[in-house]
Design a protein around this ligand. Structure first.
Ligand code: ADP
Length: 400
């Protein structure tokens, strides 16, 4: 086993890892540590070995260091062995790179300080990512570490698109502007979309709809992000599992005045109790589909709100791009929900956008076209693979 990259995605209470070949994307092992820092002292580590066998253990995971140590112990016990000759690099997902990082970067003390300075812009994500960076450097001192930022792909968005119409001092002194997220996925999917069309990515304009628990839309022109739906934070834009997406920006002030809620409370409700969860009581899309099929009116309304928002963004990004070659659905919802794909794009024939019902309904895990062969805009389903993209970018940086 040579030249694998270990990709780490550290959340506030979880650590996801995958050891993979950056050339083929093939996974050598993967795992997930959950409930890190849980006061009950019951963390869970699930490690999938090279043969695809899953090993689950319950153990105390008081810190990210304990979680990564437990993951390394699982590699020792169940394989494959991690050696400095087999692991070429550790690739880290870092959520917010602000406007300093438009490309992957080698992790050093200066990078860690920069990620720390960006904590105010990503108070939930960057501290967890920092814990991952620090712990992994301690436990893998001989291997090079590469940070890949969720925001980096969107650094090509032009100034007129990333600038909010707010006082200039907000932007200059506090970094208030659109940053966008899910960039690693949007890049991966837009490149795969061009491959599917058999055209160079530089010639293809794509609207990527990344629809998972979090959701964002991006307009990609010739391989470069030119507009995206998430903003300073990952709250703006589409309807998500528990996030509202777009609301009137005066909503905070209104709720504060009317109900006396604090900004923290309102922010919490918009991030954790809104979206599908706010509309139906739960935020899982599969569950939403089941309730819709059973005739639940709240689920039907939530679905309609979700599709209406998507259609609005598709229309807006069509106008931004001027010409659209492909629309690509990805993420757990985008890859799996045929009913959402059909409903979100219904009625857009005049824009050259149509979905072929049989192709859309046919179950598949492969990247595929679901529009009629003569459709002007290719509608695609493209399974995303953020870890593979991170591994590829880490390798490309090290190869210079
Ligand atoms: P995350 O943003 O956490 O990475 P995912 O991309 O895994 O999330 O997407 C999770 C969402 O995808 C959930 O709402 C889940 O219900 C939905 N989903 C997964 N599989 C299906 C399916 N077969 N049909 C409809 N929705 C699905």
């Amino acid at each position: 086993m040579t030249s694998h990259v270990l990709v780490l995605n550290t959340g506030s209470s979880s650590l996801k890892y995958r050891l993979l070949d950056p050339g083929s994307g093939e996974t050598a092992a993967a795992g997930l540590a959950e409930r890190i820092g849980d006061r009950s002292g019951v963390g869970v580590l699930t490690h999938t070995d090279a043969a695809g066998e899953r090993h689950r253990s319950e153990l105390d995971l008081p810190s990210h260091e304990a979680a990564l140590s437990a993951a390394l112990a699982a590699f020792d016990e169940h394989g494959p062995a991690l050696t400095t000759s087999s692991v070429r690099a550790v690739g880290h997902r870092v959520v917010h790179g602000g406007d300093r990082f438009s490309a992957p970067a080698l992790v050093d003390d200066a990078l860690i300080a920069a990620v720390e300075e960006l904590v105010p812009l990503a108070p939930l994500h960057n501290p967890a990512n920092l814990a991952g960076l620090r712990v992994a450097r301690r436990l893998f001192p001989e291997v090079r570490h590469v940070a890949v930022f969720d925001t980096a792909f969107h650094q090509t968005i032009p100034e007129h698109a990333y600038t909010y119409a707010v006082p200039i001092a907000w932007r200059e002194e506090h970094g208030i502007r659109r940053y966008g997220f899910h960039g690693t996925s949007h890049r991966f999917v837009s490149e795969r979309a061009a491959q599917l069309l058999g055209r160079p990515v530089g010639e293809v304009n794509t609207i990527v709809l990344h629809l998972g628990n979090g959701a964002s839309a991006t307009a990609v022109a010739g391989g470069a992000s030119v507009e995206t739906s998430m903003g300073v934070t990952p709250l703006e834009g589409l309807v998500m599992g528990t996030r509202s997406g777009d609301v009137d920006p005066s909503l905070h002030a209104h709720l504060h005045r009317q109900l006396g809620w604090s900004l923290e409370e309102i922010d919490g409700h918009l991030n954790r109790d809104s979206g599908l969860k706010g509309l139906t009581g739960q935020g899982d899309f599969r569950e939403l589909e089941a309730r819709m099929a059973a005739g639940d009116p709240a689920a039907q309304l939530a679905f309609a709100v979700c599709c209406h928002r998507l259609r609005k963004y598709v229309g807006a990004y069509y106008a931004v791009l001027g010409r659209v070659d492909a629309i690509a659905f990805t993420g757990g919802v985008g890859e799996n929900s045929a009913v959402l794909r059909a409903a979100a794009l219904a009625g857009l024939e005049r824009l050259g956008i149509a979905v072929d019902a049989a192709a859309n309904d046919a179950p598949s895990r492969e990247a595929r076209r679901i529009s009629p062969a003569d459709g002007e805009v290719a509608v695609l389903v493209v399974p995303t693979d953020e870890e593979w993209q991170i591994a590829r970018e880490a390798q490309a940086l090290l190869d210079g």
